[in-house]
Write a new protein. Structure first.
Ligand code: FES
Length: 108
């Protein structure tokens, strides 16, 4: 498995996100309580930028229709919503992360 250096830990403070590109894949780094996660940046429902979403516990909430994605598994633990309707929502891709000497590496 090939890991690529993407950022310093100081670049993604706890409770923050950072958009990166790894080998043409748009990826979102998320720091939850010091643990770094990596998932696809754009929402699988209708393409919203999850970087503009919110972190709630270990999930990212999409800014457009409020689907919630588990950072560890990518599963949509809450579906996309519009008014009182809910829509089928695919999971996001997730990527393995390694942290060494304050450097973040993501599986390429
Ligand atoms: S675009 Fe993300 S939930 Fe619709």
């Amino acid at each position: 498995m090939n890991y690529v250096y993407v950022a310093s830990v100081a670049d993604v403070q706890p409770g923050k996100m950072k958009a990166i590109v790894v080998e043409s894949k748009e990826i979102l780094l998320v720091n939850v309580g010091g643990q770094i996660f990596a998932m696809q940046r754009f929402c699988p429902h209708a393409g919203a930028d999850l970087c503009a979403g919110k972190i709630v516990d270990s999930k990212v909430i999409c800014p457009k229709h409020n689907a919630a994605f588990d950072l560890a598994t990518g599963e949509a633990v809450d579906k996309a919503k519009l008014l009182f309707l809910k829509f089928p929502t695919k999971r996001t891709e997730t990527y393995r992360v390694k942290v060494e000497n304050n450097s973040i590496f993501v599986e390429a």
